[in-house]
Ligand binder design. Structure first.
Ligand code: NAD
Length: 478
């Protein structure tokens, strides 16, 4: 049975009091290991190690750091099969997805920032004949990196890579439901020659536990969190005591707007993915689908047909499209949302139940609900599971208003072949990332983040470095 340990100052270790919690495979319900449960004691040790390591790591050149980051990427690629299996065992997602998306993208996160950091520049302003100003970019210090369970290594490396590239050191608090790939990453970093203390991993829970100990720690300079909006609020409060820099990537309730003039086949193929990939457990999933009335009946009928064809089952089976949800408790939560949607008048066209052919595991059928409006809980709250609603609309103005009628503002998708309309609607939708005739297509140089209660700050390219480094201006009188 797997024993998942902390990684502090270059060593794997138990908690001081040997406290542990169980790790469960959600696809079988079986216990697959025990995880060291960290508390303030381990966070204190890890932060102290990160602070010591910062003295030297913060002084290395971007070129030196880049070499190590590329080595980490190489090792992730060499360990792809093992990492993919760990990710699937922890999350319940199809192994085919871990192999094609989660792990390759984790390696690419390191490669991207390893290269990007070498091209970073700063600004200079000349006050003609009076003075010359130029900015110097410097690392900040110790960062607390707190990650969620849905894309565990993918989203963690999206933070770790720019953090290390910028010259900061870190203490990672992985999601308690998915601890394994973060631990393997620590092993890989050591093997790649990352100095002891630069990267530390402390396992454990969030509130009143390892998570809050990290966000409250007076010697932590930055907190980067990806998680729920409610968690973001708690973290913001905790981080305020020492004015830590904050990057918050939070929840979403993303509209997927389909105009009648779209390329129907393309829109359907992509909507199947944007609704149900990773069991719908992606912050960017388009859970509110709006279809222009002339296309509504056809679109609904075709999407239901395609949804019914999805294979729900064993994540290890290559034929599986939809695996298990991350935990029994989460599946029950998703189920509760669907039941309440039905009580509010919603009609389930497909799904809405546990698959009959699977007696064990946290499985739930991909679900499409219609006959709901924007006052229903199901169209307002983030479900974070394989559940979408579809609503018809008549005018552009109406759909823009409906799309924006939410406290979230993470992503949106627009399907149309009318270029002017695409620009117009993209300009009006309140979301940090808008796709036109595509979904999940990412250029890592572009800004990524949420508006409204979907987050604070932007990640990606230079934006990640704006967070993980400080600029100081030098003014020289001529
Ligand atoms: P979560 O908020 O429950 O947990 C995220 C992490 O925060 C975990 O490591 C958890 O232990 C920790 N945590 C929880 N409470 C804490 C506290 N008070 N102090 C410190 N740490 C705390 O989120 P989750 O259930 O793991 O992930 C799903 C959520 O993440 C969804 O809302 C989803 O939309 C969001 N998400 C957002 C993005 C994005 O890029 N915007 C990406 C993926 C997931």
């Amino acid at each position: 049975m797997e024993r998942v340990l902390h990684f502090i100052d270059g060593e794997f270790c138990e908690s001081a009091d040997y406290r542990t919690f169980d790790n469960i495979n959600p696809a079988t319900g079986e216990k697959i290991g025990v995880v060291a449960e960290g508390t303030k004691v381990e966070i204190d040790r890890a932060v102290a190690a990160a602070r010591r390591a910062f003295k030297t790591w913060g002084k290395t050149s971007a070129a030196e750091r880049s070499v190590i980051l590329h080595r980490i990427a190489d090792l992730i690629e060499q360990n792809l099969d093992e990492l993919a299996l760990l990710e699937t065992t922890d999350t319940g997602k199809p192994l085919s997805l871990s192999k094609s998306l989660d792990i390759p993208r984790s390696a690419y996160n390191f490669r991207f920032f390893a290269d990007f950091v070498k091209g970073m520049s700063t600004e200079a302003f000349e006050m003609e004949g009076v003075a010359l100003n130029y900015a110097l970019r410097r690392p900040v210090g110790v960062a607390g990196l707190i990650s969620p369970w849905n894309l565990p290594l993918f989203l963690l490396t999206w933070k770790v890579a720019p953090c290390l590239a910028a010259g900061d050191t870190c203490v990672i608090k992985p999601a308690e439901l998915t601890p394994m790939t973060a631990t393997k990453l620590a092993e890989i970093c050591k093997q790649a020659g990352l100095p002891d203390g630069v990267l530390n991993v402390v396992h454990g829970f969030g509130p009143d536990a390892a998570g809050s100990a990290l966000t409250e720690h007076p010697d932590v300079d930055l907190i980067s969190l990806t998680g729920e909006t409610t968690t973001g609020k708690a973290v913001m409060k905790a981080a305020s005591s020492t004015l830590k820099g904050l990057s918050l990537e939070l929840g979403g309730k993303n509209p997927n707007i389909i105009f009648a003039d779209c390329d129907l086949e393309d829109a359907l193929e992509t909507t199947i993915r944007s609704s149900f990939v990773n069991q719908g457990e992606v912050c960017l999933c388009g859970s509110r689908i709006y279809v222009e009335r002339p296309l509504y009946d056809t679109f609904v009928e075709r999407l239901v047909e395609k949804t019914k064809a999805l294979v729900v089952g064993d994540p290890l089976d290559p034929k599986t499209n939809v695996g298990a949800l991350v935990a029994e408790e989460h599946r029950n939560r998703v189920e509760g949302f669907v039941q309440r949607a039905i009580q509010e008048g919603g009609r389930v066209l497909t799904g809405g139940k546990r698959p009959e052919h699977l007696s064990k595991g946290a499985f739930y059928e991909p679900t499409i609900i219609v006959d709901v409006d924007s006052s229903c809980e199901i169209t307002r709250q983030e479900v974070f599971g394989p559940v979408v609603t579809i609503q018809p609309f008549d005018t552009e103005e109406e759909v823009i208003e409906a799309a924006n009628d939410t406290s979230y503002g993470l992503g949106a998708t627009i399907w149309t072949s009318n270029l002017k309309r695409a620009h117009r609607v993209a300009g009006e939708i309140e979301a940090g990332i808008i796709w036109v005739n595509t979904w999940f297509l990412r250029d890592l140089r572009t800004p990524f983040g949420g508006m409204k209660q979907s987050g604070i700050g932007r990640e990606g390219g230079v934006h990640s470095f704006e967070f993980f480094s400080e600029l100081k201006n030098v003014c020289i009188k001529l």
